[in-house]
Design a protein around this ligand. Structure first.
Ligand SMILES: Nc1ncnc2c1ncn2[C@@H]1O[C@H](COP(=O)(O)OP(=O)(O)OP(=O)(O)O)[C@@H](O)[C@H]1O
Ligand SMILES: [Mg+2]
Length: 1010
């Protein structure tokens, strides 16, 4: 609980003991309301659990929740029915003391649900084996069977338990559930024959009719229609939307098998249920004598069949009037059903009983699911019994609580401070005391001869206990009370409040058993009935006990059982009458808080100290609030707590230190401490956080650093290795290199192969980088001696390749040009001075186009194709007069043309040679044979494009080798055996003139290139 105390402002307090204003009912209810609104249906009063019915499924009963509460201290987790269950279980295991959980509350407050939740908790969380599984199943399955036969729809609850139930769960030494035992109390038998409007009979009747197989119903003589049965129509609501009788029937049938009912037993049980229905349908007619007779034969037939098999029923004659007959019929029905129910419980007990002798010393947890205090407008004998039961339970509670408080104080060595509380023993005595008690008076009145009636009982009550402080009647009451009391009522001042009981029918209720003669039932063939109505009962001459005495006895037994166990309490409250979720009806709740005696509970619990805890727990939780106890206290726990509370400034009246526990008187002291802890938690949390962060960062850093060092070391190692390896390699290389250098002139051998390879490699690499870029580039790296030949080969190959590539790229025109240039080069290179100037100039196809040549000339040339034409200057052979002419080259001859005249034709075949000077002039001589009469002699010509012209002539005439390049002068024939001479000299400019010596003097300009 401590861990959740911090949330107390939001959802009130989890333990009413911590309510500041613990005497205020309003504060109590407000706390309940706050928590209920947050779906927190459970709250403690010390160790008592207060549960408010949520009327909706909350997600708080899962297996996970069960696990959360398993083995955990009661105060460590939020209040829950599982916490109570687990606490009882652990106490049973550790202290080996039997436990009981008392569940009480109004009808519909959730008692049965709570008891089922507890049972489920044990079934799920306790250790198990195969045999235990069967017992667990049977324990769980006993619920639907008992609910079918003992529960009914009432106005307050659609599944209202109409009997009180005490169930023992037995555990072996390992803590596994090994058996169980059920005690039932006060079944509301009147429901069998009558139901108030809006209520139903016990579920089993409807389940059988709705869910029973056709065959079964036929055998039982039943129809699938509840409206047909008088006992099922009184409340006028055979069908309820929240109840599915058909599916419930299946559940019950299965549960019966699990529990161990044979098919025959089930059939006989259902026979009884059917016979009750048939009984209810028996009609009477009135005879003249006033006696009643049965008018419904069919019912009798089925009734006989159901209860007597096929034998003829024994007839008993007992004359009764109409009213008596009906009441006897109903009494019989009630008795049959009531006893069958008891038989059923016994049968279940047989099935749950543990058979193994080794389990003899089993520990027990008892579950008591019994009606809470009931106050209606009209309260009958039943309410009397119920409230009497609650009075006894309250007495037990007070005794045990006070006792445990006292024991604790004693154990802790703290002086016991008497607690003011109302001891209800006086009321219990008023009800149960021998001879003077109400029950005794009732018994007496019931069994005495003469005309006893409900009123005579009331009078007797007035006479015997009239003066009692807790009892009054209409007659004895003061004026004010008399106004709210009927004449047939007596009022009891219960611990929880005043209740008026109506005495009407009290006598019949208690002695109804006497009216029914069980002879008939004893003779039945139905085995269950014969067990229910024992023949020994007939022979017993003792006065039968009345219902009230029977109840008193069974209650005394129950008290004995409970007294021998350590109790835990679950107090159930229902929040509204409409069975609605989320509705919190103040008036209704105040009523329940009062009648459940919760304020009284709280008062007793808070009488001394609001809070107590073991030193260890207390110190553990709050040690951080005191520097001496933080972070740990080394001395005695008690001293630690004492130091702590002194530091916290507790005043002496606020607390007491016991032997093992600290007791704190006021909740406010605890809350102040809690608040201080809350504040402290923040600083602690940030301190923790910062040291944790520091620690984790430091750890991270250290890890990183050591990793970095490792990585660094490795990396350095690797680098050093590589460096060493490189050095080694370098040294080897140098060594080999030097050795190779020394042996370089030897044949290839291991000593020099590296060097040679290297030289070759480096030459080739150098070559690769320095290859000639064009065909004209003649550069080539110098090869080492060993590679001269290879280098030369490579060079050739490379040049060839480059030339070949170049050639591949050039077009035919360019090729032609180059061929001509080649020819020119062959002829003139280094021989004639103006040759270099001609190299970059392209040779033209012709220097004269078609229009520049006279057509007549072309005509006279006929079919001969013109290959080249150039304007030239012709020098007469005699006077060396210069005359402009055209030189045409055809495929066969060279022709000298003057305007339209073909002046001279020289066939190539007749061309003896061509002479030219080595200087830069353009003069040349075409030599013709002297014997050719047609020719007048050699022709002296001058062309501005001498290299081009002569190359063309040489090519056309195929006279490449016939061009003479002369130094100084050229001799030529002038015809008739005469010769002329041309002298060549260098000068500043070109000058062609006849010299005085009769020679033709040619002055050629000097060129820079020379
Ligand atoms: N814890 C719970 N969670 C959800 N619903 C609940 C819870 N407790 C009770 N209820 C609802 O309330 C109804 C009545 O509960 P239950 O039968 O346990 O009441 P009761 O106290 O046993 O009444 P009675 O005295 O009439 O037998 C249940 O059928 C269920 O619908
Ligand atoms: Mg119930």
């Amino acid at each position: 609980m401590e861990s959740a105390l911090t949330a107390r402002d939001r959802v009130g307090v989890q333990d009413f003991v911590l309510l500041e204003n613990h005497t205020s009912e309003a504060a109590f209810i407000e706390n309940l309301r706050k928590r209920f609104k947050e779906n927190l249906i459970y709250t403690y009063i010390g160790s008592v659990l207060v549960s408010v019915n949520p009327y909706k499924d909350l997600e708080i009963y899962t297996k996970n929740h069960m696990e959360r509460y398993r083995g955990v201290n009661f105060y460590e987790v939020s209040p829950h029915v599982y916490a109570v269950s687990d606490n009882s279980y652990r106490s049973m295991r550790t202290e080996r003391k039997d436990q009981c959980i008392l569940i009480s509350g109004e009808s519909g407050a959730g008692k049965t649900e709570a008891s089922k939740k507890i049972l489920q908790y044990y079934a799920v969380t306790c250790p198990a084996s195969d045999q235990v599984e069967t017992v667990k199943d049977r324990l769980l399955q006993s619920n639907p069977v008992l609910e079918a036969f003992g529960n009914a729809k009432t106005l307050r609850n659609d599944n209202s338990s109409r009997f009180g139930k005490y169930m023992d769960i037995q555990f072996d030494f390992k803590g596994a559930p090994v058996g169980g035992h059920i005690l039932n109390y006060l079944l509301e038998k009147s429901r069998v024959v009558h139901q108030n409007h809006g209520e139903r009979n016990f579920h089993i009747f409807y389940q059988l009719i709705e869910g029973g197989e056709e065959d079964l119903l036929r055998r039982l003589g039943l129809e699938r229609n509840p409206q047909q049965y008088q006992y099922l129509v009184k409340g006028n609501c055979p069908k309820v939307s929240s109840i599915n009788d058909r599916s419930d029937w299946k559940v019950v049938r299965k549960a019966l098998s699990v529990i161990g009912f044979s098919e025959d037993e089930v059939e006989e049980l259902l026979n009884i249920i059917a016979s009750v229905l048939h009984l209810g349908n028996i009609q009477y007619g009135g005879e003249d004598s006033g006696n009643a007779y049965i008018t419904t034969d069919t019912q009798i037939k089925y009734l006989a069949r159901c209860t007597h098999g096929n034998t003829t029923p024994t007839t008993l004659s007992h004359p009764l009037n109409l009213e008596q007959a009906s009441s006897a019929r109903d009494a019989l029905s009630k008795a049959v059903y009531g006893r069958t129910f008891t038989w059923l419980v016994n049968k279940i007990n047989v099935s749950l009983a543990y058979k193994d002798e080794t389990y003899k010393n089993a520990s027990v947890i008892g579950l008591l699911d019994i009606y809470g205090f009931e106050v209606f407008q009209h309260n009958s004998f039943e309410q009397f019994c119920i409230n009497y039961c609650n009075e006894k339970l309250q007495q037990l509670f007070i005794e045990l609580t006070l006792k445990s408080e006292q024991d604790e104080y004693e154990a802790e060595g703290i002086t016991w401070e008497p607690v003011q509380y109302f001891n209800n023993k006086i009321i219990c005595d008023l009800v149960e005391e021998k001879f003077k008690g109400i029950i005794s008076i009732l018994d007496e009145e019931c069994l005495r001869p003469g005309d006893a009636s409900d009123i005579t009982f009331l009078e007797k009550l007035e006479n015997t206990v009239g003066g009692h402080a807790h009892l009054t009647t209409h007659k004895l009451a003061d004026g004010k009370t008399r106004k709210v009391m009927g004449r047939e009522e007596f009022r009891l001042l219960h611990y929880a409040g005043e209740v008026n009981y109506n005495v009407n029918g009290v006598l019949s209720c208690t002695h109804s058993l006497c009216v029914v003669h069980p002879q008939v039932m004893c003779m039945s063939d139905n085995k269950i009935l014969t067990q229910c109505f024992d023949r020994a009962e007939l022979k017993d001459s003792k006065r039968p006990e009345t219902a009230a005495t029977q109840f008193k006895t069974s209650l005394a037994k129950l008290m004995e059982i409970l007294m021998s166990k350590e109790p835990s309490y679950v107090r159930c409250i229902k929040p509204n009458d409409a069975k609605q979720a989320g509705r919190f009806d103040d008036v209704l709740i105040r009523h329940q808080v009062k009648y459940l005696g919760l304020m009284e509970n709280l008062r007793v619990r808070r009488a001394g100290f609001a809070y107590r805890r073991h030193y260890e727990t207390f110190l553990q939780r709050y040690k951080s609030l005191c520097p001496e106890t933080w972070p740990s206290w080394q001395g005695k726990l008690a001293d630690g707590v004492s130091t702590l509370v002194k530091h916290l400034g507790y005043k002496p009246e606020e607390y007491k230190l016991g032997r093992s526990k600290i007791f704190i008187r006021f909740p406010k002291t605890l809350f102040a401490t809690e608040d201080a802890l809350e504040t402290r938690k923040h600083s602690l949390a940030s301190k923790l956080q910062s040291s944790w962060k520091g620690y984790s960062q430091k750890t991270k850093y250290r890890k990183l650093r050591s990793s970095a060092v490792v990585v660094q070391a490795w990396w350095r190692g690797i680098l050093a290795c590589r460096r060493a390896q490189r050095k080694r390699q370098a040294a080897n290389t140098i060594r080999r290199f030097i050795k190779g250098f020394i042996y370089r002139h030897n044949e290839r051998c291991p000593e020099n192969e590296y060097f040679l390879d290297y030289v070759r490699y480096s030459f080739l690499m150098k070559l690769r980088r320095n290859l000639p870029k064009s065909v004209l580039d003649k550069s080539w790296p110098t090869a080492p001696t060993a590679l001269i030949e290879a280098s030369e080969q490579l060079r050739k190959l490379y040049m060839q390749n480059m030339v070949w590539g170049y050639c591949k790229r050039i077009n035919p025109e360019w090729k032609h040009q180059l061929e001509q240039k080649m020819v020119a080069s062959e002829i003139f290179k280094n021989k004639k001075d103006n040759y270099p100037q001609s190299v970059p100039k392209l040779f033209m196809g012709t220097r004269l186009n078609g229009e520049e040549i006279n057509p007549k000339v072309l005509q006279s040339l006929g079919s001969e194709t013109m290959k080249y034409a150039v304007p030239v200057t012709k020098y007469d052979r005699k006077g060396y007069k210069a005359r402009p002419r055209q030189l045409l080259l055809t495929s066969n001859c060279a022709v000298i043309v003057e305007e339209a005249k073909l002046k001279q034709r020289i066939d190539y075949a007749a061309l003896k040679g061509i002479s030219v000077s080595s200087l830069s002039d353009g003069v040349f001589v075409l030599h013709v044979p002297t014997e050719d009469k047609k020719q007048k002699g050699d022709v002296v010509l001058q062309s501005d494009h001498i290299i081009e012209t002569l190359t063309k002539v040489a090519i056309c005439a195929d006279k490449v080798n016939s061009i003479n390049i002369n130094q100084g002068s050229i001799t030529f024939t002038m015809g008739q055996g005469k010769e002329g001479i041309i002298d060549f000299t260098s000068g500043s400019e070109l000058l062609v003139a006849k010299a005085k010596n009769g020679h033709l003097s040619v002055t050629a300009p000097r060129l820079n290139s020379r």
